[in-house]
Design a protein around this ligand. Structure first.
Ligand code: ADP
Length: 597
């Protein structure tokens, strides 16, 4: 039972108890009065009967009368159990049931006698000197005609009256007690009726505090308590909606945070790290668990970075900077520090946005290197053309043999220049993915035969044996022109970097055969028995303009872009390329391509 219910029950019991007590007391008084009234009425009736049945107007001497009335009085007392006194009109007692009349004083001034004389009946309650106890007296006059000749008086011990009143009280008190118990039960039930909805509401309110927004108060009456319940329900509903909205927003924000490529770190007013998204964890090399709650300057971060945050905290100005980080990996980071301010407060922390610009910067560097390389590559043939042309103009033209050889050089150099520019344009086209791929099924034996025949003449010049190994029924889905370019580049490299009388081979093998004998990938191997590539150069030969031996490459008319183009074209086919080589033994390029796109 709750305190409130206990209190309410107590108040109700007290209220009911008090009112019952007052009513009880009042009733007891009324009952007592009416009891005495009834007694008095009874005595009056008895007196009248006694008056009517006895002879109370006798004549005779005093002693005669005295003995007669005393005798009468005693006789009546025997049957009524009440003291009877006969008083003559002058107040002299002539008979008494309990006392000898001679010893009794004049009774004319007794109040009951006085009122009986005046009103026809008189009562009084008084302490009797004769009987030494409280008595109720009733008296009526005895008349002869209109003349009062005496009074008869009945006296009843009040003890009897008191006893009966006590009885009355007992009855009343036990009645009251029973009523009190009933009142208690009723009070409890009433209190319960009132407090139960309130208790339920309290429970619901507690559940709402514990974030259980589904809980509702059952529908009660339409009174104030019921309205309170409805208000709680509405509040709970709106809380539930708001909570759902907040959670939805939180989920969205969480999604953004988790999937963001930039690292986000938040530092609060106490300079503690309060948020770190997964990208931030990766960039900084610390888990959120390690950093959350720590002060930014105790988070074991790079000194300059910590300094930058401190500067932002001190100046409250946004800061943007780029910095090289060495842990967990070397990278270039763009760091943006933004002081966060809410409308109501001046400043609430710093938002740190980390952006890994390593790739961008590397690309930029490669671009500028490329431009430098291109200019350099272009300069060489142009310088040659210019130099020889100048020499010719200066008079060499007159020497026919020299002139022809110079013109041949100029022609070769411009040819190289043309090739170079062609390759550069091709490469930039491929890199920028401007040319769409045209995939079509290619029947490999026929395709390879045609491709190889383009280079046969050149191979024959160097007495190089060009051989082809491909099974019947081999098809691939590819961009025919690009696939041809891949093979021509590799094969011409093979011919170029192989001594006279060497061998260049093309082999095609199906890969990843499935149960039905179908293959999912195709391996194309171009190998030669040429000069080979030193180990240290192997990782770089796919780079633009990279050549193992510049002079040799130039003399063979190479641009240093061939393998770079090959790699890009293979990647456009979603394939891979690999090189194995041993100096003086030969080189092997292995390409693997998916069959279906
Ligand atoms: P290049 O136009 O100079 O041949 P590539 O990009 O085709 O340029 O090749 C880069 C370099 O790789 C060449 O300069 C050469 O040194 C080396 N290389 C390529 N293919 C072979 C090969 N089959 N044997 C030996 N070296 C090769």
């Amino acid at each position: 039972m709750t305190k409130f219910r206990a209190k309410l029950t107590l108040i109700l019991i007290l209220l009911i108890g008090c009112s019952m007590l007052i009513v009880g007391l009042f009733m007891a008084k009324v009952l007592e009065d009416s009891h005495i009234q009834a007694l008095e009425d009874n005595m009056e009736r008895e007196l009248k009967v006694i008056l009517a049945t006895g002879d109370w107007t006798r004549n005779g001497s005093d002693s005669e009368l005295m003995s007669y009335y005393t005798e009468q009085a005693k006789r009546i007392k025997a049957s009524t159990d009440s003291r009877l006194t006969y008083v003559r009109a002058d107040g002299r007692v002539l008979g008494d049931s309990d006392q000898s009349p001679e010893q009794m004083d004049n009774h004319l001034t007794r109040p009951e006698i006085v009122t009986a004389a005046a009103n026809g009946v008189g009562y009084t309650t008084r302490y009797s000197d004769t009987l030494k106890e409280n008595m109720l007296y009733a008296a009526i006059p005895v008349k002869k005609g209109e003349q009062i000749t005496g009074y008869i008086r009945l006296a009843m011990s009040l003890e009897q009256v008191d006893r009966s009143i006590l009885h009355l009280w007992y009855f009343l008190i036990s009645g009251l007690a029973i009523l009190f118990v009933i009142a208690g039960i009723v009070s409890y039930r009433i209190a319960k009726g009132i407090t139960r909805p309130i208790e339920k509401m309290t429970r619901v309110a507690k559940q709402i505090t514990n974030m259980n927004y589904e809980s509702r108060v059952p529908a009660y009456s339409n009174d104030e308590v019921g309205q309170l319940g409805q208000a709680i329900n509405r509040m709970s509903e709106s809380l539930q909606q708001q909570m759902a909205r907040i959670q939805e927003n939180e989920r969205r924000l969480q999604g953004v945070m988790e999937n963001m490529i930039s690292g986000i770190m938040m530092i609060d007013r106490e300079e503690r790290i309060v948020l770190l998204n997964p990208a931030g964890e990766d960039i900084l090399g610390f888990s959120a668990q390690e950093l959350l709650g720590k002060k930014y300057n105790e988070a074991k971060q790079q000194y300059e970075f910590t300094k930058l945050i401190q500067e932002c905290i001190e100046t409250r100005e946004p800061i943007s900077d780029e910095m090289i980080f060495y842990y967990p990996a070397e990278m270039i980071l763009e760091i943006n520090l933004i002081p966060i301010a809410h409308e109501d407060e001046e400043w609430s922390g710093v938002l740190v946005v980390l952006h890994d610009t390593t790739a961008v910067r590397r690309l930029e560097r490669m671009r500028s290197e490329f431009v430098a390389n291109v200019s350099h590559e272009l300069k060489t043939p142009i310088a040659a053309v210019k130099g020889f042309a100048e020499t010719l103009l200066a008079g060499a033209l007159n020497d026919k043999d020299t002139a022809v050889s110079f013109l041949q050089i100029i022609f070769d150099e411009s040819e190289r220049l043309n090739r170079l520019i062609g390759d550069i344009l091709e490469l930039s086209k491929i890199e920028s993915k401007r040319i769409p791929m045209h995939f079509s099924p290619i029947y490999m034996p026929e395709f390879l035969e045609k491709t190889v025949s383009v280079l046969r003449k050149e191979a024959e010049k160097k007495h190089i044996e060009l051989s082809l190994y491909v099974d019947e029924d081999i098809y691939i889905e590819a961009d025919e022109d690009r696939l041809r370019q891949i093979l021509i580049n590799l094969l011409s490299n093979g011919i170029n970097y192989t001594q006279d009388g060497g061998k260049v081979k093309v082999r095609v093998e199906p890969l990843e055969m499935n149960g039905d004998g179908d293959y999912e990938r195709l391996r194309i191997i171009v190998s030669d028995t040429g000069i080979g590539i030193p180990k240290k150069d192997l990782p770089r030969i796919f780079e633009r303009f990279y050549r193992v031996d510049k002079a040799r490459s130039r003399s063979s008319g190479g641009t240093g872009l061939g393998l770079s183009i090959v790699k890009h074209l293979v990647e456009l086919h979603k394939g891979t390329i690999r090189v194995d080589s041993e100096v003086g033994v030969g080189t092997k390029f292995t390409i693997e391509l998916p069959v279906i796109h």
